[in-house]
Design a protein around this ligand. Structure first.
Ligand SMILES: C[S@@+](CC[C@H](N)C(=O)[O-])C[C@H]1O[C@@H](n2cnc3c(N)ncnc32)[C@H](O)[C@@H]1O
Length: 395
């Protein structure tokens, strides 16, 4: 396959915008997309060229593989590459607001918990756009949480920093999670609201806490006084990291327990379709790197697969192989519904959209695909190559 990627014809772009795959990255920055489309100067849209490019990627994989270390300054962080190619926080937030208004209503959602938050990009965006909001992030990966503080939160300033609480720990043992973004001088100045679970207007952590800004404190989530959450979310298919049914129910019970008793929602996403149950490799070209989604064989007995995300950096001619790698159990929609109901959610709603056929989008340019396709609430949905869903549990 040649060096230049395929420039999508207008017709192809329109077709793909009608059907897109969220797992395979959306970003709302239209200027970036425009800039990128303008940069593309070659026109190649036949299957043959697609295959050539895939082969080229395979061959190149042996060369120039790099490891990511903090000292490797000329290489962009894998977290930055992930955020640029995978996440779409503005789109998620607008759906979160819509779901809250539809199923709860009567007040604005202000308090968010982002479970499996990674670099907490969604939380950062949530806080940035309304000064009354708070966010709590929880993740097992301390490196991602620290990167969030050093990169995402530094950019947005002290006000936002004072309204976010990042916890390092397991969603299955959330109360043992430890506070990460801790600055002793902040204590007492931290925001709070009238909705605190342990009484109104309490500070969020006790003033006896010792710690450092970028370290993990000894302050446990169970000792923190946090507002009741209006919304709890688990995005980018993170619930697939939980492999056992009892783990899923346990996690959903926890999510329910922290939601506001006056009304709240839990929202997660899921992908599926016939293409999700086989080996698959897809790639997207961005101005300075290519993002590759690799799906290993699918075990139908355990419903498990391994997803690996790789990045090829154009300028440095280097590769970040297995930048992220997840062992996932691909839950079915009815399994999720059963578990949410068993955990105690009053009602469960499915919002779905069709996605581009995986064969058509094995090699594509940049953002855009599927970005504008709307989710719709459904009670029945015919199987197809690829789909995406938001699942909403209501308190
Ligand atoms: C697919 S990533 C999603 C990251 C982010 N939510 C997003 O939207 O891109 C899954 C994240 O879940 C975290 N994770 C996996 N198992 C976990 C667990 N049991 N408890 C907390 N975090 C977990 C991983 O560290 C990783 O950051």
């Amino acid at each position: 396959m040649g060096k230049h990627g395929k420039k999508l014809s207008q017709q192809q772009q329109q077709k793909q915008q009608r059907r897109g795959r969220r797992a395979f990255s959306y970003n709302n920055e239209e200027e970036e997309e425009q800039q990128y489309i303008e940069q593309r100067d070659s026109e190649k849209n036949d299957d043959e060229s697609q295959e050539e490019e895939e082969e080229e990627v395979e061959e190149e994989e042996e060369d120039n593989e790099i490891s990511q270390s903090p000292s490797n300054n000329d290489v962009p962080s894998k977290f930055l590459l992930y955020q640029q190619s995978v996440q779409s926080p503005k789109g998620d937030i607008s759906y979160l607001q819509k779901f809250f208004l539809m199923y709860v209503g009567g007040r604005m959602p202000l308090h968010l918990q982002e479970d499996f938050c990674g670099t907490a990009l969604l939380s950062t965006e949530w806080l940035r756009t309304d000064a009354r909001r708070t966010a709590i992030g929880l993740d097992l990966d301390i490196e991602a949480l620290k990167w969030c503080m050093e990169s995402n939160l530094k950019k947005v300033g002290a006000d936002v920093y004072s309204r976010i609480f990042l916890f390092h720990g397991n969603v299955l043992e959330p109360l043992q999670a430890t506070l990460v973004n801790f600055d002793p001088q902040d204590l007492g100045q931290r925001i709070t609201s009238g909705d605190c679970q342990n009484g109104p207007d309490a500070v969020l952590v006790n003033s006896s806490t010792q710690g450092s800004l970028l370290g993990v404190s000894h302050k446990l989530m169970k000792d923190a006084r946090l507002p009741e959450r209006d919304i709890v979310c688990a995005f980018n298919y993170s619930c697939c990291c939980l492999h056992k049914r009892q783990e899923l129910v346990l996690y959903f019970k926890y999510a329910l327990s922290i939601l506001n008793k006056r009304g709240g929602i839990f929202v997660m996403d899921l992908y599926g379709g016939t293409s999700s149950e086989c080996q698959l490799r897809m790639q997207r070209r961005f101005p300075t790197f290519t993002y590759i989604w690799e799906q290993a064989e699918f075990d139908v007995l355990q419903r498990k697969t391994r997803i690996s995300l790789h990045f090829n950096l154009q300028n440095q001619k280097k590769k970040l192989r297995h930048a992220f790698s997840y062992s996932w159990r691909l839950w079915s929609l009815p399994e999720i519904k059963d578990c949410l109901e068993e955990a105690g959610f009053r009602s469960v709603h499915f919002w779905m959209r069709s996605m581009p056929n995986s064969k058509e989008i094995r090699n594509i340019d940049g953002f855009g695909i599927g970005r504008d396709i709307k989710y719709e609430e459904v009670t029945s949905f015919q199987q197809q190559d690829s789909w995406n869903a938001y699942i909403v549990g209501v308190v």
